[in-house]
Design a protein around this ligand. Structure first.
Ligand SMILES: *[C@@H]1O[C@H](CO)[C@@H](O)[C@H](O)[C@H]1NC(C)=O
Ligand SMILES: *[C@@H]1O[C@H](CO)[C@@H](O)[C@H](O)[C@H]1NC(C)=O
Length: 465
């Protein structure tokens, strides 16, 4: 706007409104982020969880490492379980987006005064194609480059150039994970100033895609039509109906034309345009913050009942990964003679949200007193189980083992923020032997074959012959 030629009173109004705009945007460091960006569940950007990264993608807060200052600790090993970075929608969602965009083009109200609706109808182009199917996008590569860069600053003695050949890299076989583990290696080696990047990783689906190999899980949850009944009820319940009605009204569509799946497709469309292209898409204006919270809850319900505490078998299916992590930590923490080779400095494991959620649940994290259901939305505002915060793109669970005067200690970080072990809440980095004692029942049990083959359902009685 150019206030120069305006009369004085209008100038004042213009100045005031400019000031108000500034004020309302002042909490955001980058102004053009959709107001609903923090509610996209597993489609949330990592920056929404750690907003300081919007100013500096390599900013590292070394005080997140919290071994007791009096015990002269030094990190000796890092195991990182990492989710792939930002990706394209999968075919299922691309088809929904296609349907939605055709519907809005053909049937939504024309000549609307709403600029965003004009933008959707005349400027926005359906650019997603089915061959994109879940692949890692350029921004996703950057997510992993940047994470690698920050971790190498946080753990200079572990993720160092001299250690490169001794760091193990392991990935799920899915394309987006393989691309992510490569991007992580590029990020590290560029940080060290290398021009030629050396790649090397192993694929291990038994560890990173345990969920599809666990018969008890597949039959008891995935193929069980009642396992996700809370999600189905919520999808057609009061809160979702409200969102659907408001969205249909904003689009000028008959209510019945906009199914709950299409409402969700519009919400995800806003998320994809942001996470893939860093765009504030016109689709985002379809939702206000309270709509976004309802849609976030719907995603959380699904993850809770499909991948987390909702069914015990979901977390138990991650037993192979749990044992792998603790075996690695055991080896790294074992006392050794000065002549022995030093332990593996780091183990980088790249998988999915479906890999991280069961493991986090097995560790007892994010378990609220009351489970989220279709009928208690209004009492769940303060829940800790919030997938937007826990498993955004490039989410990571870090196990940091320290060598300390009183013996090895272990600290847990989720998305680079310290998290305490359930049952050991008095310390950030308890003694490793205390952590082992807390998880004794799992270390001695948690047998994949027994849990996954021995019974069929989460709560079904154990009917061993
Ligand atoms: C750094 O991390 C510590 C520990 O988590 C936290 O208390 C502090 O606020 C963080 N500082 C910044 C600048 O983010
Ligand atoms: C299916 O899920 C329901 C609801 O969670 C559960 O009660 C039931 O035991 C499951 N059925 C099987 C065969 O595991």
């Amino acid at each position: 706007m150019s206030p120069v030629s305006l009369p004085a009173n209008r100038l004042l109004v213009a100045a005031l409104s400019l000031l108000l705009t500034r004020l309302s945007c002042s909490s955001l460091s980058v102004p053009d982020i959709p107001h609903i960006a923090a509610y996209f569940g597993t489609k949330t950007r990592y920056e929404e969880v750690n907003p300081h990264l919007l100013r500096d993608v390599f900013s590292v807060n070394a005080s997140v490492l919290k071994p007791p200052p009096t015990e002269r600790c030094s990190p000796v090993h890092l195991t990182a379980v990492i989710r792939h970075g930002s990706r394209y929608p999968t075919v299922k969602n691309i088809r929904r987006i296609q349907k939605l965009s055709e519907l809005v083009r053909r049937e939504a109200s024309r000549g609307s005064a709403e600029g965003w609706l004009q933008d959707i109808q005349s400027r926005w182009e359906m650019w997603y194609t089915e061959d994109m199917d879940g692949q890692l996008v350029m921004k996703g590569r950057e997510d992993l480059h940047q994470l690698a860069g920050r971790l190498s600053v946080l753990f200079p003695s572990l993720l160092s150039e001299e250690n490169l050949r001794r760091i193990s890299f392991l990935s799920s076989s899915k394309h987006r994970c393989v691309s992510s583990v490569e991007a992580f290696q590029e990020g590290l080696q560029r940080r060290w100033g290398r021009s030629e990047v050396e790649y090397g990783h192993e694929v291990d689906d038994e560890l990173m895609r345990f969920f599809e190999r666990c018969r008890g899980y597949v039959e008891g949850v995935e193929k069980n039509r009642t396992a996700l009944q809370e999600v189905e009820k919520f999808k057609h319940g009061e809160e979702m109906e409200g969102v659907r009605r408001r969205t249909a009204e904003r689009l000028g569509l008959p209510h019945h034309r906009l199914t709950p799946d299409l409402v969700e497709a519009a919400f995800f469309l806003c998320s994809y345009e942001l996470s893939i292209k860093s765009l504030h898409s016109p689709w985002c204006f379809l939702f206000d913050e309270s709509d976004a919270k309802v849609l976030e809850y719907k995603s959380d319900l699904k993850q809770y009942w499909k991948r987390s505490h909702g069914h015990v078998i979901s977390s138990l299916s991650s037993c192979p990964l749990f044992h792998h992590v603790f075996r690695t930590l055991d080896k790294a923490g074992r006392p050794r003679r000065a002549t022995e080779a030093s332990p593996e400095p780091a183990s980088i494991l790249v998988g999915h949200a479906e890999t991280l959620l069961p493991l986090l649940s097995l560790l007892g994290l994010y378990k609220d007193k009351t489970p989220p259901t279709a009928s208690n939305y209004h009492s769940q505002h303060r829940r800790s189980f919030r997938t937007s915060q826990i498993v955004p793109y490039a989410a990571n669970l870090l196990f940091v083992l320290y060598d300390c005067q009183r013996g090895p200690r272990l600290q847990l970080l989720v998305n680079e923020t310290p998290v305490r072990f359930p049952g050991l809440e008095s310390e950030d980095a308890p003694l490793y032997r205390d952590v082992r004692a807390t998880y004794r029942h799992l270390l001695d049990g948690c047998d994949f074959h027994r849990e996954c083959e021995g019974r069929t359902g989460g709560r079904a009685p154990n009917t061993e012959l």
